[in-house]
Design a protein around this ligand. Structure first.
Ligand SMILES: Nc1nc2c(c(=O)[nH]1)N[C@H]1C(S)=C(S)[C@@H](COP(=O)(O)O)O[C@H]1N2
Ligand SMILES: [Mo]
Length: 216
């Protein structure tokens, strides 16, 4: 796909794909990185972490805006997500507070496919994800366009629970999990990377788990 191809070399060069000395332990994952990033412990449970506001979003009321540095600002409803290529992927979830949850089975659509619909300008460099609880988080395009970066509506065969960001959230398996906005409602393309909610409060702009890249 055109947009992803344009960014492919930069994506392949990201630390979670190409770091020659990644920090972590355990057998390697599909990208050759140790499965458990440095400073993390595997958790059986899947904790809930957020700002303590549970927005009232349903599949019916869900809207996703894709705007900013794009040719075609676009708004999608839930059923329109289902018209795109549906992706099932099993991936790990690394929270900066040191727990990792392995093998979450997600279903959703690729962020790269969503962004392509809006035709990002050549000058677009980063994504600001916005959520209904007013949370924001920024991700560079070479990360956001990875094929395992999804907007998901299902986990382990069931609708995504509201406390985990249902009806629709983003996931970024190759970055710390705060880069994945729950209750997502807007993908804003930026020509210059800018800090989101936690990034303004000292968290890393890049958030690479295998570099212990937690704080700015
Ligand atoms: N909208 C929104 N998304 C969010 C957050 C939040 O507060 N609001 N917290 C982030 C953080 S810090 C983490 S670790 C993960 C936690 O996801 P979970 O509650 O499903 O485990 O969501 C991220 N996405
Ligand atoms: Mo977090």
């Amino acid at each position: 796909m055109e947009l992803r191809k344009r960014w492919e070399a930069r994506t392949q060069a990201t630390p979670s794909m190409a770091d020659p000395s990644p920090l972590g332990s355990g057998p390697v994952n599909r990208h050759g990185m140790p499965r458990l990033p440095v400073g993390q412990s595997a958790s059986k449970k899947w904790p809930v972490l957020d700002l303590g506001v549970l927005p009232e979003v349903t599949r019916e009321s869900f809207r996703l805006e894709i705007d900013g540095a794009v040719e075609v600002p676009t708004t999608l409803r839930f059923h329109e997500l289902l018209e795109l290529e549906q992706v099932e992927d099993v991936s790990d979830f690394h929270c900066v507070t040191t727990w990792s949850k392995f093998d979450l089975a997600w279903k959703g659509v690729r962020v790269s496919d969503l962004l392509a619909l809006a035709r990002p300008l050549e000058s677009a460099r980063a994504l600001m994800a916005h959520a209904s609880d007013r949370y924001t988080t920024n991700v560079a395009l070479e990360e956001a366009l990875k094929p395992d970066v999804l907007l998901v509506y299902q986990v382990d065969g069931a609708p995504l629970p509201r406390e985990h960001g249902g009806p629709v959230r983003m996931i970024t398996p190759q970055l710390y999990a705060w880069k994945g906005a729950k209750w997502i409602n807007r993908l804003e393309l930026l020509t210059e990377n800018a800090p989101g909610f936690w990034e303004q409060r000292g968290y890393s702009m890049t958030a690479h788990p295998w570099r212990d890249d937690r704080y700015g």
